[in-house]
Design a protein around this ligand. Structure first.
Ligand code: GLU
Length: 420
């Protein structure tokens, strides 16, 4: 049975690169009826950060990338935290020491390298080999009583019966060391697949200083998890029919490692915005309404949200833009005076709108346009001032729709306030 895993270290927040690796592992497991394991690499005690573990669980759950076994839910091969597996590592160290394949060196333990060439058939990159001398006698157990990454990862993968190691390309140079340990222990090694490193638009590796990499940032900026997952699917992988918009189920269905490209995919936030916009247009209005309601933590009434959605749904690229496009519908903003004829325009608009008996879209349209004509105003200037007086902004959804939804009293009140 296929068994794959991700092994993040709880050294900060949930990184989008972890989500990317998780996504490809998840898809591979589901496609092959296998299991997806979450394991925490927490033996670098100095680097562990409080709350990081929870952030990993929350980030992956938000994206729908759920695991079958892990520290929080347990499983047949528990424990799933390296810090709880120290005794096991020590036993394996003893075994290597006894058989002469490792030796003590100033309190640490080093693996005795045989200097033979090591190679493997990478599922993404094809054949990779390393000359034995490049590997050297490396440390597998530190004097502080903790195993090194290269050692612990192998023991865990053996004991957890991992069949495919799918991880980032930055680990390629670790792989020969890990294979050497499998060989020394007489264990069958898993298949390896090294995914391309995500790069930003300058083709640099994503970094937390320069790029948005914390999953919580995407969440708080109003991206939909389905859209972010769709975007990640397209990094280094392409749909056989060149489709750009598809869901996780479809990805799982079509996924195979052979379609993963080696070249570093570009993490292009413009593309993410586009995909997120597509999702916001595509999903049913009632669902968008709930997403907006929850995103703003109940700050805006649902009834008003749903009346405004048709005005903004085609322009919103993420949920934060709901507020920038339509926030003025919920609360008054400081009016903006755009043209020199502001006073005349607003007085005339007040006049036209206050005369309307039955507050309907058509009556609003006619009342305003007739006024523009009878006064000889420039249409564009008039509506710009009207928009700016009601919203405090030069860009809004169609202003007559907004006027209609705001209601007569509120509109007249805002117009008179903007003349003060
Ligand atoms: N802690 C390593 C990482 O997150 C795990 C690498 C591996 O999958 O072997 O990059």
């Amino acid at each position: 049975m296929v068994r794959v895993r991700i092994a993040p270290s709880p050294t900060g927040f949930a990184h989008v690169g972890t989500a990317y690796t998780a996504l490809f592992n998840y898809a591979f497991a589901k496609k092959n009826g296998g299991k997806f394991v979450l394991r925490l690499e927490d033996t670098d005690i100095k680097r562990n950060v409080e709350g990081a573990e929870k952030a990993i669980y929350e980030g992956l759950t938000w994206l729908g990338l759920t695991w079958d076994e892990g520290p929080d839910i347990g499983g047949k091969y528990a424990p799933y935290k390296q810090s709880e597996r120290l005794e096991t590592y020590k036993q394996y160290i003893e075994r290597l020491l006894d058989s002469g394949m490792a030796y003590r060196d100033e309190g640490a333990v080093r693996f005795k390298n045989t200097n033979s060439e090591i190679s493997w058939n990478d599922k993404v990159r094809g054949r990779i080999s390393f000359p034995g001398e490049e590997i050297g006698d490396f440390v597998i157990f530190k004097s502080d009583g903790f195993p090194t990454y290269n050692f612990a990862v192998v023991i865990d993968d053996i004991l957890m019966k991992i069949t495919h190691v799918i991880r980032g390309e930055e680990h390629i140079s670790n792989t020969p060391r890990q294979i050497a340990i499998y060989q020394a222990l007489g264990e069958k090694m898993p298949f390896f697949a090294h995914l391309p490193t995500l790069r930003n638009k300058d083709k640099k590796k994503l970094s937390k200083r320069r790029d948005p990499v914390d999953l919580r940032i995407f969440r708080s900026h109003g991206y939909l998890p389905q859209a972010l997952v769709n975007f990640l699917c397209l990094l280094g992988w392409s749909h056989p029919k060149e489709k750009e918009i598809f869901d996780l189920g479809e990805f799982v269905e079509l996924f195979n490692l052979e379609r993963v490209r080696k070249a570093g995919p570009i993490f292009d936030t413009e593309k993410l915005n586009w995909i997120n916009g597509e999702y916001l247009r595509k999903i049913p209005k009632s669902k968008v309404k709930n997403q907006i309601f929850e995103f703003y933590k109940g700050k805006y009434p649902k009834e008003l949200i749903s009346r405004i959605i048709p005005l903004v749904q085609n322009r919103m690229r993420n949920l934060t833009e709901f507020e920038s496009l339509a926030g003025f519908m919920f609360e008054r903003k400081k009016p903006l005076r755009v043209t020199d004829s502001f006073e005349w325009h607003i007085k005339a608009a007040f006049d036209a709108l206050s005369g309307i008996k039955k507050w309907e879209r058509q009556a609003i349209d006619e009342g305003l346009i007739n006024k523009v004509k009878s006064e000889g105003f420039k249409t564009g200037d008039f509506f710009m001032d009207l928009r700016a007086s009601l919203s405090g902004s030069r860009v809004t959804p169609p202003i007559n729709d907004c006027i209609y939804i705001l209601g007569k009293d509120e509109v007249l009140e805002r117009l008179s306030l903007s003349l003060k």
